[in-house]
Ligand binder design. Structure first.
Ligand code: PEP
Length: 249
């Protein structure tokens, strides 16, 4: 099965910087045997929709309101994201959980709202360093997944990618061992099996994210049970991101 490679630009790049990035990216673009998803700032979505027309690259947003359009100044709805070219949205990134105090209940509402508006979801889960140091990694993952996916129908899991991102590995240059990732992914799939079915557990797509670079990309992408990777800062340079993609396919 083709590996998934997701770029998360976070709060980086103006629209014209995204344009330069995509020009460079597309000049080296091949028909990869990978599923590529670019998670861009809102202000770059429409431009990317235009520039990536006909290319096998999906566009993702990085956040969504939990509600549909109404008096919610500064928020962005699923319908707006879909209309601007997004087919995915990241929900539950640790930066939103910590900086914007998004809890599992809000994350659950955002997921439901995204699905309702036809978006696929990249659900980020992961333990903090304190969780890890107190052997609570698997318990944390279980709560995050169960609460985020509460009330969903099994067939909706087709439109969800779970990104396992240990909080302490994001932007730190530190990574877990492949064995630790394998264990975490097994436990993620076990939660899905218990709450949905063995088939859902087998079919749900799970990626790893946290300090991926061209040197370690292949190692993480090929861990048993892992369907791909999510790349933050190393995706901001198109040449480096290309090296990462090439390492995975
Ligand atoms: C992320 O922001 O989701 C991420 C994985 O970042 P980085 O690759 O920079 O650790």
């Amino acid at each position: 099965m083709a590996k998934i490679v997701i770029a998360n630009f976070k709060m980086n790049k103006t629209e014209s910087e995204t344009k330069d990035y995509l020009i460079s990216f597309l000049s080296k673009f091949e028909d990869y045997k990978a599923e590529l998803i670019l998670a861009l700032p809102y202000t770059s979505l429409s431009l990317a929709k235009f520039m990536l027309e006909g290319r096998a690259v999906a566009i993702s947003a990085q956040n969504i309101s939990e509600d549909d359009e109404k008096g919610a100044t500064g928020e962005i709805s699923g319908r707006m994201l879909a209309g601007s070219g997004a087919s995915y949205v990241i929900v539950g990134h640790s930066e939103r959980r910590t900086k914007f105090k998004e809890n599992n209940k809000v994350i659950n509402q955002k997921i439901k709202n995204g699905l309702k508006n036809g978006l696929s979801i990249i659900l980020c889960v992961g333990e903090s360093l304190a969780d890890r140091n107190t052997m609570k990694t698997l318990a944390t993952l279980k709560v995050q997944i169960e609460e985020a996916l509460k009330g969903l129908y099994e067939n909706e899991l087709e439109n969800i990618i779970i990104a396992y991102e240990p909080v302490w590995a994001i932007g730190s240059g530190k990574t877990p061992s492949p064995k630790d990732v394998e264990l975490a992914v097994k436990s993620i799939r076990k939660v899905i099996e218990e709450d949905f079915s063995p088939k859902a557990s087998e079919q749900i797509r799970v990626v790893y994210g946290g300090s991926i670079n061209p040197k370690n990309a292949q190692k993480f992408a090929s861990i048993s049970g892992i369907n791909g990777i999510l790349v933050g800062s190393a995706s901001l340079d198109p040449n480096i991101f290309m090296q990462i993609i090439n390492a995975c396919v």
